[in-house]
Design a protein around this ligand. Sequence first.
Ligand SMILES: NC(=O)c1ccc[n+]([C@@H]2O[C@H](COP(=O)([O-])OP(=O)(O)OC[C@H]3O[C@@H](n4cnc5c(N)ncnc54)[C@H](O)[C@@H]3O)[C@@H](O)[C@H]2O)c1
Length: 357
Amino acid sequence: MGPVRIGVIGAGFIGRVHLKQFSELGGVELAGITDASPAFAEAAAAEFGALRVFASADEMIASRDVDAVVVAVPNKFHAPLTVAALNEGKHVLVEKPMALDGTAARAIYTAARDAGLTVMVAHQMRWLPPVIEAKRMVDSGELGEVYNAKCGMMRRKNIPGWGSWFTRMGESGGGPMIDIGVHVLDMAMWLLGDPKPVSVFGSTYAKFGPHKRGTGSWGTPDWDGVFDVEDLATAMIKMDNGSTLTLDVSWAVNTLSDNSHFVDLMGTDGGASIRGNRLVFTGQKFDRPFDIEVDAKAVNDARTLLARHFVESIRTGSPPISDAMSGLVNNTILDAIYESARTGKAVELDWSFSRES
Ligand SMILES: NC(=O)c1ccc[n+]([C@@H]2O[C@H](COP(=O)([O-])OP(=O)(O)OC[C@H]3O[C@@H](n4cnc5c(N)ncnc54)[C@H](O)[C@@H]3O)[C@@H](O)[C@H]2O)c1
């Protein structure tokens, strides 16, 4: 098999990250780039050595010179572009969230299944060294039965691109829960061994954003724009095996936080706590609690490992670890959190469709 020919849709912040990764990866040809701003696309093509600038995402998706596309554009375009690419026989690496909501996520899941092509959601946190090591601990049984977990990311003053697509519900699907909660939720579910979520309770708040407070340096603000999403969200997810996961995220909040992600896995034989790049094993011996700092360093960048995994999945035909089903579960939980926040009631999840042929 020749090189995997990859086209990147979107030359913004994360599109450029993917361009860098794939331009440095062996066995890959950077077949092209496209962006709604032709100037962005031209500049990125020159910088990363892409063979061609396509006039539009549609033109790239239809091209016979492309095997796989990376969807790195605002959230509302993820599902339409991913489904269109699958229908044209292309593998897809789609940025998070996989889709705006569960309905759109289901369209991706079905299209991927019917086409027999690779769809991978870009959850690079799965390849962070402490996450890889914590996963090994869980899978090897070192923690015993993991029955409760906490995770989150509390950014104190970091509303991205106030007024731009980031803070417009119709284009982003929500605030920090769908922007960064999506990552920690994916990471925690992966660490827990993908249990089946059955019930979700959540609340959302917007105390800073509507007053143009709590803004950060990420994205380009549009001060005449709109902020109609949350700036803090909290949720509890109950699984069919009785275990629970709580999730707290914010773009702007008054609390002690280093702005980074955290996960606490609580098992009968031990715990694993992730704080950014740190991993700590927590246990009890002779009736006393103890902590052991775990050395979890890796040479490779998580994003490099993600890019490599995508190409390997295409070559081998084996599903990627963050496949369309994991994206669908993620979107379904996010929908339930927002619905629960609106209604004030817990939402029971319905998985009956997964038994449909
Ligand atoms: N995995 C991560 O850690 C991570 C980090 C940041 C962003 N993201 C995700 O990546 C996506 C993009 O975020 P960003 O920060 O790069 O945004 P951005 O605003 O910097 O870039 C988006 C780019 O898409 C282009 N664009 C918009 N609509 C388009 C279309 N229909 N066709 C072609 N180009 C189009 C814009 O011109 C812009 O250059 C979002 O879904 C975001 O959630 C993921």
